[in-house]
Ligand binder design. Structure first.
Ligand SMILES: Cc1cc2nc3c(=O)[nH]c(=O)nc-3n(C[C@H](O)[C@H](O)[C@H](O)COP(=O)(O)OP(=O)(O)OC[C@H]3O[C@@H](n4cnc5c(N)ncnc54)[C@H](O)[C@@H]3O)c2cc1C
Length: 644
């Protein structure tokens, strides 16, 4: 493909003047957090005697259908940021509510904690608080009606997929929820559909990084010569690309497998490609972005050993033995050792697990009985927080303080203060599980021992963005012969058609003339810095990016990728949801930057110690950004409170 004009398309050509489905125009720090810095919390001062109804109690409340800026949406994070910044909070009113358990955080870990607690104490009364307007945390559902038909997408947590097989606790929970993961993995997913329709994986070489825009189709499905025929790479770079993919020569001869792994632990994937494999710079650039989906940063901040662990190219010639380094009890990302867990994608991702948990906890809110009927079930949010119900799920409620009545040792009650609609309330509970981002816990529980707070402060999460775009049809994709595109230099580095999944009454589209959802992934980071510095820089960028910037970038990128297939961003895009996750993946051990210490000495373990009536869950406390970890940590936290 020839070099295209680099003049940016006009707003009109991109369709920025078109009415699309998007509601949330308020964005980022400017909407709340920044306005509060140094000031007082803008509470109204008006106080109702009883707890006033929340938005979720009103008819028609249905957050899965909201579009625009979602994930960490406006209204979800301002109170937490004000707490961090030391802003004066509104005086709290005692709600007079008293529970057996209050859970802070309504993600999979918090919901699982509520479930495990009630499994042990079936009569327990439980309140779950979450700062978002929907439950599920990262396991978020995006829902659209396109041409009268339901279309679903995961707004965050994509699928059941872990570097290890699910252990007894998470596997048991799935079974208890009616999820037979092995059977469903075989029956509901149709990964072969696009392939059978003649669509392949593509790589987009952009002019900024490779000299010319070009979509190469048939990655790993066509012979390399055909795949690379028109790629804007020199002959030397093409040869290197094939060498990286096919391996053959051992770049570290004379070393044992364990010694090679020790070397790979301490060198980044990018440096390995450049310095050990001596790959052409264009090839280094191309492959370095491949770590972004798994870790949210490029190959400069991920070890070569971890890249090998998830099966990235470049290691064939090393002849590494599977498994851990002898004597270190260390397994890289795990897949290379165990093959990983079953891979199961529901149409809304792991939001199905969150919804199954909510159905178990508050049956009246979620109709139906099977996992098949759950996928299309409409949750009745007004039933989630009813007085008198044993389990209540309170949304848009940010915990700002958790303390004990009296000294932590021997206290009979914990008191949780939360902010909702600008007013603060306290609730009491026998036990409390903090299943929220662990990095906020030092602010919530200031009386924690200083070393524990320091450990919690180390738990920096990875920011990332999952964007969902509704298209009128997908003819351009069919014409170009692609169903997913890796775009190493793009604003979003991955773009793909919604996976084909049929379950219960839900059917994925089969005709390119029908509407479809597209998913796009962006990982804001600052290459060259240590991982957590990259995370912080990416988070700041994300919170300062308004929806209008995302929209322009989305339209321009899709036009560039798909324009040669006839895609018109002005007419083909019908809705956009940007799920931004400033606090995304839980931090995992990074052998490039973290000290080589045993698991028990790592920050997530030091940070999660039980404190009086307060136990700490969330995937953060397990040091792994996976659903099985979130569930295991919920179970551990509940066991700490109730005894093993
Ligand atoms: C985009 C994305 C994709 C992912 N994909 C996968 C995948 O495919 N497979 C997989 O296994 N894992 C995936 N993960 C990892 C995911 O984090 C875990 O699987 C799991 O969903 C985490 O659950 P959790 O309950 O531990 O945390 P969260 O889902 O983060 O839930 C914590 C909740 O607590 C809330 N909270 C925080 N502070 C407060 C407060 N002060 N008051 C009230 N509430 C508060 C948070 O806002 C959040 O809603 C993904 C993560 C992201 C971000």
């Amino acid at each position: 493909m020839s070099r295209r004009s680099s003049r940016p398309p006009s707003d009109r050509a991109l369709g920025l003047d078109r009415a699309i489905t998007r509601r949330d125009f308020v964005h980022g720090v400017a909407a709340g957090g920044a306005a509060l810095l140094g000031g007082a919390w803008p509470w109204s001062g008006a106080r109702a005697e009883a707890l006033p109804p929340g938005a979720q109690d009103l008819p028609g409340y249905y957050p899965p259908r909201l579009t625009g800026l979602r994930g960490s949406h406006a209204g979800a994070f301002e109170a937490a940021h004000a707490l961090r910044d030391g802003t004066q909070m509104p005086p709290a009113r005692d709600s007079a509510e008293d529970y057996d358990l209050v859970v802070v955080g309504g993600g999979i870990s918090g919901l699982a904690a509520a479930h495990f607690y009630r499994e042990r104490r079936p009569a327990a009364r439980v309140l779950v608080l979450d700062n978002h307007d929907d439950f599920g945390g990262h396991a978020k559902r995006n829902e659209f009606e396109l041409d009268g038909r339901l279309h679903l997408m995961n707004g965050g947590t994509l699928l059941i997929d872990s570097p290890r097989p699910y252990s007894a606790v998470p596997a048991g929970l799935l079974r208890a929820l009616g999820i037979d993961a092995d059977a469903l993995a075989k029956s509901i997913q149709h990964p072969e559909f696009y392939q059978q329709a003649g669509l392949e994986a593509g790589v987009f070489f952009d002019r900024e990084h490779f000299g010319a825009d070009h979509l190469a189709v048939g990655y790993r499905s066509r012979p390399w010569k055909a795949f690379l025929a028109h790629a804007p790479l020199s002959a030397a770079a093409k040869r290197d690309l094939v060498r990286i993919e096919e391996g053959g020569v051992d770049p570290l001869p004379g070393l044992s497998s364990d010694d090679k792994k020790r070397r790979l632990m301490k060198i980044s994937y990018r440096a390995y490609l450049a310095e050990v494999m001596r790959a052409h710079p264009a090839v280094v650039e191309l492959y370095s972005g491949r770590t972004r989906g798994e870790w949210g940063v490029g190959g400069d901040a991920v070890s070569a050993l971890d890249a090998w662990g998830i099966g990235l190219p470049g290691f064939e010639g090393l002849g590494l033995a599977p498994g851990s380094i002898d004597g270190m009890g260390f397994t890289p990302a795990g897949y290379a050792d165990t093959g990983g867990s079953v891979r199961l994608h529901f149409p809304d991702g792991n939001a199905t697990i969150a919804r199954a948990l909510v159905r178990r906890l508050v049956p009246a809110a979620v109709p139906g009985t099977t996992i098949e009927d759950l996928v299309t079930a409409r949750v009745d949010y007004a039933r989630l927080d009813r007085p008198g119900e044993p389990v209540r799920l309170r949304l848009s409620s940010t915990a700002i303080a958790v303390r004990h009545e009296g000294p932590a040792d021997g206290a009979e009650r914990a008191v949780v203060t939360y902010v909702r609609d600008g007013a603060a309330y306290t609730v009491r509970a026998r036990d409390c599980v903090l299943a929220c981002y662990n990095c906020i816990i030092p602010y919530l529980v200031p009386e924690l021992p200083a070393p524990q707070k320091a450990a919690l402060h180390e738990l920096v999460k990875t920011p990332l963005v999952y964007t969902t775009v509704a298209l009128r049809h997908w003819r351009a994709w069919q014409k170009l012969g692609v169903h997913q595109i890796y775009a190493p230099g793009g604003y979003h580095s991955f773009v793909g058609l919604n996976p084909t999944v049929d379950i219960g009454g839900y059917r994925s589209t089969r005709s390119p003339d029908e509407p479809i959802l597209v998913r796009m992934m962006r990982t804001p980071c600052r290459p060259g810095l240590p991982e957590h510095e990259q995370n912080k820089a990416g988070r700041a960028e994300l919170l300062a990016t308004p929806f209008e910037v995302f929209e322009r970038e989305i339209r321009a990128q899709l036009a560039r990728l798909l324009g040669p297939g006839g895609f018109d961003p002005a007419t083909d895009i019908t809705a956009i949801t940007v799920n931004r996750w400033p606090h995304g993946y839980a931090p995992e051990n990074n052998s490039l930057f973290d000290p080589d210490v045993p698991e028990g000495e790592r920050a997530h373990v030091r940070g999660r110690a039980r404190f009086g009536r307060i136990a700490i869950a969330n995937s953060d406390s397990g040091g792994g950004a996976y659903t099985d970890v979130a569930i295991e940590q919920a179970h551990r936290a509940v066991s700490e409170l109730l005894g093993a």
